[in-house]
Design a protein around this ligand. Structure first.
Ligand code: DGL
Length: 302
């Protein structure tokens, strides 16, 4: 579910329709949102800033998350993005408002775990949110609890495991205790009569299939929800309203390659978005770009 962004006409100095959509996450998690964006807005180009130098954000204090998020948003604004998606629940929880205050003329869309639809559809009156500590403690999620869960008398089970984000960043190796812990936790949710599990971190949809397989195998009767599709729909609406969708005749020939991977420290003049559907930049200057490219490809072409 998208948090409402102000609808403001884009700056006339931008060639807005041809400008990229900016995506930001602490790491590769925002790619789960990118997959929905690509599906709903296939003609757009995407510029992604992954703060791999500082991932994970989940255990960090609020002030630090704000500071890191503003650095990322500054970078995407300087790169000329027409709209920015903070594709990170943890960053949205602590820095969405401050980013919008800093850039009032650029639409900035943030994420909040899809708790509202889970609450509205729960028959057992018990739902679980799996998210980072920063998201679980943040105001956005807690406002949804006060506004929707409490009045409907739905119990919200909050749960976090700090190893989940690093596990996804490592490409979800099978030889890890993390998936075993997750399996055990699903059974605990079932004992707590949970009938909806909200994946409240953008890294988590990458193990959605694993979760669904366990739920089916154990007959746990839990539905799994996330906010990716709703965010993409919100972005589409905003771009339609500001008339800044790419129009097909302006489409650039991107047959030469879909993915560009780079360091965020490099000058943006060194590359052209012209032939990249997705340009993925990492903040860690020591990151091995071949490794980054392998991981991004693993996640987006599964
Ligand atoms: N993808 C981020 C989120 O949605 C991950 C947070 C982290 O870096 O811990 O919250």
């Amino acid at each position: 579910m998208a948090t409402q962004a102000p609808i403001i006409p884009a700056s006339p100095s931008f060639k807005t329709d041809l400008a990229p959509i900016g995506i930001f996450d602490s790491g590769v998690g925002g790619l789960s949102v990118y997959l929905h964006l690509k599906q709903q807005l296939p003609d757009e180009q995407y510029l992604y800033y992954a703060d791999t130098l500082n991932v994970p954000y989940g255990p960090r204090p609020s002030a630090e998350i704000k500071e890191l998020t503003l650095i990322a948003v500054d970078w995407l604004v300087a790169a000329g993005c027409k709209l920015i998606v903070i594709a990170c629940n943890s960053a949205s929880a602590h820095a969405l408002q401050v980013a919008r205050q800093k850039y009032p003329t650029i639409p900035i869309v943030g994420l909040v775990p899809a708790l509202k639809p889970a609450v509205l559809n729960s028959s057992s009156k018990s739902v679980a949110v799996l998210a980072t500590k920063a998201t679980l403690d943040g105001e956005l999620l807690n406002a949804v609890i006060s506004d929707y869960a409490l009045p409907a008398q739905v119990n919200v089970v909050k749960w976090f495991d700090p190893s989940l984000v690093p596990w996804v960043e490592a490409g979800m190796p099978t030889q890890s205790e993390t998936p075993e812990r997750l399996k055990a936790q699903l059974k605990i949710f079932a004992q707590q009569k949970v009938d909806h599990l909200v994946l409240g971190c953008t890294h988590y949809p990458f193990f959605r299939e694993f979760v669904m397989t366990q739920i089916a195998a154990e007959n746990l009767g839990i539905k799994v929800v996330d906010s990716g599709a709703a965010i993409a729909a919100r972005v589409k609406t905003l771009l339609q309203q500001s008339q800044s969708l790419v129009i097909p005749k302006q489409q650039i020939d991107m047959t030469e390659g879909g993915l560009y991977v780079g360091h965020s420290t490099q000058s943006l003049e060194e590359f052209s978005l012209a032939h990249s559907k997705l340009a993925f930049f990492v903040s860690d200057p020591k990151a091995d770009l071949a490794e980054v490219s392998r991981l991004v490809n693993q996640l987006i072409y599964r």
